[in-house]
Design a protein around this ligand. Structure first.
Ligand code: AMP
Length: 405
């Protein structure tokens, strides 16, 4: 499936091409046609699945193809999300995918002075991304008028509940027109969330990315406990001592991927990275070189690796342990395909041990530990390491200012 087959407008297709997106993710494939038809959506998907684009792309297309009857810009789409980090990311996505359109988006969140946000709103916006508290504040001060709203997105509804925003959300719903399109996203569906969804959606289409939980028996899995600063040395040792011809190595960040490639190449291990900041050409070249074995190691971030189909991939390395347990299953599922045998090794530092627990719970087995290697963990915690939130644990990353965003 290609984005073109989803009947997207040329300027949007071009913007996606610039982003380096080659094909829609499963949630995008499911949601985009439905949103374009004007349907309400009940979406069960986690961050990392491409969920933002699943609503942002069709919203841009709908706003572009239906006219604003007002003379001046009015807020036609509102996205409410629980944290400022998510709000900023969503706004950036609208700007990226809509860069060839004339639509304007803006983001508002609490914890900062409101003046620049109010000025931005005065200049006129079509799409507003907001956290609940600041939205209500600015509506109360009449800086925001939601009368003309056509599309409402409630993002990460379960997290809203966890963070105590559910009352704010209910207040927001009372402020928006009853006749509207509503897109509802939640990673989990506890009772309260289902009943909230039922109360605000009209005849919704359900879209879900099926959680995966089993790992093929043909994949040999191993766990190495190692300090962060020794991971690179361990990788070199593992690649050399196991006579590994080719390996797919996963890192959590694009920056991490680039850094690792430099180190490997310096150590005569030919490698390249594929991730969102690389052009499609560069990614394709790297992939071709990897397939024809002129490249020994391909370092990839999760989304970039999606859709890579390489027969008989012998070796997968989780250089960083994923914070979403399902991602582990997806990653290692790239080896041992169709009954072929494969090996997946994971490098776990002190901070990542909680993720390993979640993974083992999901796959229902304890991953065998390799302890006879040259860089055993000392239990040292890395000095300053940006750590992704453990997915199962709720709102761990917002220690300050999580009262009212
Ligand atoms: P999200 O689940 O919305 O947080 O998206 C996770 C990451 O996937 C973001 O960095 C997006 O830029 C990226 N992404 C979304 N859709 C695609 C796609 N179709 N192809 C490649 N990357 C994508």
């Amino acid at each position: 499936m290609t984005f073109k087959e989803l009947d997207l407008l040329e300027p949007i297709l071009n913007a996606l091409h610039t982003q380096g997106y080659t094909s829609p993710t499963p949630i995008q494939e499911q949601a985009i046609p439905k949103v374009l038809k004007g349907k309400d959506i009940m979406g069960c998907a986690q961050t990392g699945t491409g969920k933002t684009a699943a609503f942002a792309i069709p919203i841009l297309q709908r706003l572009q193809t239906t006219k604003n009857t007002d003379q001046k810009r009015v807020i036609r789409a509102l996205i409410v999300t629980p944290t400022r980090e998510l709000a900023i990311q969503i706004d950036e996505s609208f700007k990226d995918y809509g860069k060839n359109l004339k639509l304007q988006s803006a983001v508002i969140f609490g914890g900062v002075n409101q003046t620049s946000q109010v000025n931005r709103l005065r200049a006129g916006v079509d799409i507003l991304v907001a956290t609940p508290g600041r939205l209500l504040d600015l509506v109360g001060q009449r800086h925001i008028n939601l009368r003309n709203l056509e599309i409402f997105v409630l993002d990460e509804a379960d997290r809203m509940l966890d963070m105590g925003f559910i009352h704010d959300v209910k207040k927001i719903i009372k402020l928006i027109p009853e006749k509207r399109q509503t897109l509802f996203f939640s990673a989990t569906m506890p009772k309260e969330i289902t009943s909230l969804a039922n109360s605000i959606l009209t005849n919704p289409s359900h879209v879900a990315v099926t959680p995966v939980s089993s790992t093929a028996e043909t994949i040999q899995q191993e766990m190495y406990f190692v300090d962060t600063e020794n991971k690179k040395n361990l990788l070199i040792e593992v690649l050399n001592s196991n006579n590994i011809e080719t390996a797919l190595v996963f890192t959590r960040t694009k920056h991490g991927a680039d850094k690792l490639v430099k180190i490997l190449n310096r150590n005569q291990i030919k490698s390249e990275a594929i991730h969102g900041n690389k052009s499609q050409n560069a990614r394709q070249n790297a992939l071709n070189n990897f397939k024809n074995k002129s490249l020994r190691v391909l370092v990839a971030t999760d989304i970039a690796a999606r859709g890579i189909d390489i027969d008989q991939l012998e070796f997968v390395v989780n250089y960083d342990i994923p914070n979403i347990p399902e991602t582990y299953v997806h990653r290692i599922g790239r080896t041992g395909r169709a009954g072929a045998s494969g090996k997946a090794v994971s490098f776990c530092n002190t901070e990542e041990q909680a993720y390993v627990k979640d993974i083992q719970k999901l796959i229902g087995l304890t991953i065998p530990v390799v302890s006879n290697h040259s860089f055993p963990a000392t239990g040292k915690v890395a000095a300053k390491k940006e750590q992704a939130p453990r997915f199962k644990k709720r709102f761990p990353e917002r220690k300050k200012d999580n009262s009212r965003v």
